[in-house]
Design a protein around this ligand. Structure first.
Ligand code: CS2
Ligand code: MG
Length: 412
């Protein structure tokens, strides 16, 4: 089962996606997601110039060996470009192995540990009535767990608030939840941590009063706080019983979470921008977090993320894999196969892709009664319609960034 062809396909149906397609000599194909939001073309070059030539002629059945070869032989380890590239190879090889075996990938990973995956969606609004409406429409769509993001009085635009980031009148294009805006430069937003810390507890109090004590609620801090600010926020949100507080401090400093942890029982989740188990090592070993947010696409693939999650399981830490729309349907399917098979599944983030994306990536995963399932097609269960993909060439697009009132650049 030798690899005969390695193609890198860039398409931009509702936003940019990078996909690796491997074809074996006997005609089996495998797909891998290599999308690195805002830095897509760096991964394209890494794959085309440095990885694809190495893969031709190698044995597609040797997933672990190929992973170790790509990781160790480059000498330069880790980092988002490298790990997204390796991730796409790993995913594509699992896809091929599943097709060769006639089994969905979750069967190869040990079989199902549950019947479906609880998923959360993103509700948001500038002010309370809009937030309530957004929560209600998510409940109508079947979501049973909901992330809540809010505007802050005095701030013009905040990342993650749907209504502020609409830059299109085309209803088919869902820029609303993921405002990676097309253009040559990122747009600027404003930020004030003090105003945010004052405002947020009141929002969660109102949401609890309106929707009751049972609905699992999540919140994303987008790395914007110092450790002591995050500790204060966690404490002030305790009465509202959050499922988790995500990315409360910048992710690079693992020690920061120790301080936060000392002060609050609000569960903590982190890791959507982490690349390897080393970014999680102290957090898991010292039990400073409750959920691992790593994405298959950015953690180097199914193989290394499975190992990281199994390590986390020894400490009763669960999965909460990243699943915004910048993870392609291929990356989402990979997360679902992994999530279905591991014992310590926690929750899956799930933002629905736009219609064009669904036409480019034909999926067999399902969303029913607030639960995801990867489906039972052999492999990952996602196929790329290359004619559709060809209709949407790459367009430069960037996430926004933050400045404080005095002009200082801030984490967003
Ligand atoms: C967010 C993402 O889903 C999340 O938790 O943090 O929206 C994130 O900002 C984007 O994936 C950035 O690419
Ligand atoms: Mg996040």
């Amino acid at each position: 089962m030798k690899i005969a062809k390695a193609e890198v396909i860039v398409t931009s149906p509702d936003r940019n996606f990078v996909t690796l397609k491997l074809t074996t000599e006997d005609g089996l194909t495998g797909l891998g997601d290599a999308t690195l939001n805002g830095r897509e073309l760096a991964v394209v070059s890494y794959l085309k110039d440095h990885v694809a030539p190495l893969l031709i002629g190698s044995d597609a059945s040797r997933i672990e060996d190929t992973w170790q070869f790509l990781y160790r032989s480059a000498y330069w380890r880790r980092g988002p470009v490298t790990m997204a590239s390796i991730a796409s190879v790993d995913m594509a090889l699992w896809d091929i192995k599943g097709k060769a075996a006639g089994m969905p990938v979750y069967q190869l990973l040990g079989g199902a540990s549950r019947t479906g995956l609880m998923a959360y969606g993103h509700a948001s609004g500038k002010e309370m009535p809009e937030i309530f409406d957004s929560i209600r429409s998510h409940l109508e769509e079947g979501y049973r767990s909901i992330r809540v993001q809010t505007g802050v009085p005095g701030l013009k635009a905040i990342y993650g608030i749907a209504s502020q980031s609409m830059d299109t009148t085309d209803a088919d294009v869902r820029y609303d939840h993921e405002p990676a805006r097309r253009g040559a430069k990122p747009t600027e937003e404003d930020w004030d941590t003090r105003a945010y810390l004052k405002h947020l507890p009141g929002v969660f109090e109102a949401v609890r009063n309106e929707f009751g004590p049972d609905l699992p609620l999540l919140h994303d801090g987008h790395h914007r706080m110092t450790p002591i600010q995050a500790a204060k926020l966690g404490k002030s949100l305790e009465p509202y019983d959050l499922f988790w507080l995500e990315d409360c401090t910048p992710a690079e400093n693992q020690e920061a979470l120790r301080l936060v942890r000392q002060h609050t029982t609000t569960p903590l989740a982190i890791g959507e921008i982490f690349n390897t188990v080393w970014d999680f090592k102290d957090l898991i070993r010292d039990q400073l977090i409750d959920y691992v947010r790593g994405a298959v696409t950015h953690m180097g693939g199914i193989s290394p993320l499975k190992k990281t999650l199994e390590y986390a399981a020894q400490y009763q830490i669960k999965s909460g894999m990243h699943g915004p729309t910048d993870i392609s349907p291929v990356g989402m399917a990979a997360a679902m196969h992994l999530g279905l098979s591991i014992h310590n599944f926690g929750i899956q983030e799930y933002m629905k892709h736009g219609k064009r994306t669904d036409q480019v990536f034909e999926q067999s995963y399902t969303w029913e009664n607030g639960m995801l399932h990867p489906g039972d097609e052999p492999g990952l269960g996602v196929e790329l319609n290359q004619d559709e993909a060809g209709k949407y060439p790459y367009e430069q697009a960037y996430l926004p960034y933050n400045r404080l009132a005095d002009g200082t650049v801030h984490d967003w």
